[in-house]
Design a protein around this ligand. Structure first.
Ligand SMILES: O=C(O)CCC(=O)C(=O)O
Ligand SMILES: [Fe+2]
Length: 196
């Protein structure tokens, strides 16, 4: 069952990569080829009911450090919120639909043309909630670098070249993933390269 789910999600990932490439004007194959050999992590989230939900967080505010997240939410129970328009807004589950989230790594691959999304999960008093997050990661040693055509004549490259291995190590050893992970990571890279 899990194998079947992963296989279907991998195929979906590559189709989404085609759409992202087309939408950015760099062709359908560019990201598809880049992510053809990518890695995946599946996380099953379970949020029990909580007598005082206002005193806790299901999952605290963060952007996903990965390239892309494809999230399945349990039908009926709300919990996922995104920060947009200056406030937290619920993303209610739509039966049969996934939530697709741009992560920090993909944001860097577009030089911020596409932004990673600040989100959190809240809990409630009455019912438990489950979600399945399918995280898409570039192969560990592949260089993350925005395509030349996404850097306009007056634009700067906002990120140094990096690999998923480096970002993963940073999130695991230096800080928890939150809303400042990628900024802190870029700072960390520039400090380590100037110390060399
Ligand atoms: O449970 C949710 O809706 C969100 C989970 C999440 O953000 C994550 O696993 O990274
Ligand atoms: Fe997340």
């Amino acid at each position: 069952m899990y194998e079947k789910y992963s296989e279907a999600m991998k195929n979906l990932t590559l189709s989404i990569m085609e759409l992202l490439g087309l939408s950015l004007g760099i062709g359908k194959d560019y990201y598809r080829d880049f992510f053809q050999d990518c890695d995946y992590i599946t996380r099953c989230n379970y949020y029990p009911p909580c007598p005082q939900p206002e005193l806790t967080q299901g999952t605290g505010p963060h952007t996903d450090p990965v390239a892309l997240t494809i999230l399945h939410q349990q039908d009926k129970e709300e919990g996922l919120e995104i920060f947009t328009g200056g406030k937290w807004q619920s993303v209610p589950p739509v039966p049969g639909a996934f939530v697709v989230n741009i992560g920090d790594t993909f944001m860097a691959m577009t030089n911020d043309m596409y932004k990673s999304c600040l989100h959190r999960a809240v809990v409630n008093q009455h019912s438990s909630r489950q979600s399945i997050a399918f995280f898409v990661l570039p192969r560990r040693n592949k260089v993350i670098r925005a395509h030349d055509s996404l850097i306009g004549p007056n634009d700067k490259r906002l990120y140094p070249d990096f690999t998923w291995s480096q970002l993963e190590a940073f999130t695991q050893k230096c800080c928890r993933a939150d809303d400042k992970t990628i900024k802190n990571f870029v700072q960390f890279l520039s400090e380590s390269s100037s110390a060399e």
